[in-house]
Design a protein around this ligand. Structure first.
Ligand SMILES: [Zn+2]
Length: 299
């Protein structure tokens, strides 16, 4: 089946092949979603956005991206994400420690995170979780930092923004133990297999989808079951500047992904779910507003 869009992974979160800041999007890539969207995973504290953040946010608005959750993945990144959320309308933040940096978890980190979780613009604990694909931190450190952040989520009552790569089995074991103490959790950029997905859904978790499902090298398996995710459990995200969609109808110099491209992900997701883009836009936004408890947005 021909479909004009396919996505790549420039390499997952916070890794090599760092995208660089570049000029505005080519006209061919400027489409607007048929209903307002919420990008639940935008790494806007990445250096590549430092020079043109205002213009990036304006392009997102033009694309009908109404709100963005800025991902906090380490101490400084979480502090900066919070700063951005206070400075710009429509921006919210998460605060947490990514498993790649899990070895950095210590009492001072815990204090910083606990304080951030009390700020009104910080809407989730994370990005946290397990990454056995890269193992940049030892698995023992990853589990220790993860459980410490689960405890913070239980304490604050905030939902969790979870990262999991090739660690579904262990993640499910840990979450089963903690589930009764947690309000809500989303497995962002879910890339796993069907059984893992069903395990997460059985725990009443939410699922975030990026352009990964159209990556012809490693995302095709998702096409077979992405329609199994109930609408009220599904949200969308760019994970920008990473995971630039691959076969967009124009090239982007610098290969930087940005929130204005979220409508392309909705288009792809709608195709494989057998829904209209409007349906996907409306349901994912409704779900994100409820999940992150965004104020004054109604339905
Ligand atoms: Zn991630």
């Amino acid at each position: 089946m021909a479909f004009p869009f396919s996505a790549i992974a420039i390499e997952e979160c916070r890794l090599s092949d760092t995208p660089t800041q570049d000029s505005p999007l080519p006209d061919a890539l400027r489409i607007s979603a048929p209903a307002p969207l919420i990008d639940i995973g935008a790494n806007l504290t990445h250096d590549s956005f430092a020079a043109d953040l205002d213009a990036t946010l304006e392009r997102a608005r033009q694309a009908n991206v109404a709100a963005l959750i800025v991902t906090g993945a380490d101490r400084d990144g979480s502090l900066r994400a919070h700063e951005l959320s206070e400075r710009h309308d429509g921006l919210y933040a998460t605060a947490g420690l990514h498993p790649h940096h899990a070895a950095d978890w210590d009492p001072a980190m815990e204090t910083t995170m606990r304080e951030l979780h009390q700020q009104p613009r910080v809407v989730a604990v994370g990005e946290c979780g397990l990454d056995f694909h890269r193992d940049f931190s030892s698995r023992a450190d990853q589990q220790r930092a993860f459980e410490a952040q689960l405890a913070l989520a239980a304490e604050s009552g905030l939902p969790l923004f979870l990262h999991e790569r090739e660690a579904g089995e262990r993640m499910l074991e840990i979450l089963r133990e903690w589930r009764d103490h947690l309000s809500d959790a989303v497995v962002h950029c879910f890339t796993g297999e069907r059984d893992t997905l069903y395990g997460y859904l059985d725990l009443d978790l939410h699922i975030g989808q990026t352009g990964w499902l159209s990556d012809e090298r490693r995302g095709h398996h998702l096409r077979e079951f992405v329609r199994d995710i109930p609408s009220e459990r599904l949200m969308v995200e760019t994970d920008c500047p990473y995971l630039l969609p691959r076969n967009l109808p124009a090239k982007i110099k610098g290969r930087r992904h940005e929130p204005a491209l979220l409508p392309w992900i909705v288009k792809e997701l709608a195709h494989w779910r057998g829904e209209s883009e409007t349906e996907v836009a409306q349901s994912t936004t409704r779900t994100a507003r409820r999940f992150f408890r965004l104020e004054g947005t109604g339905e």
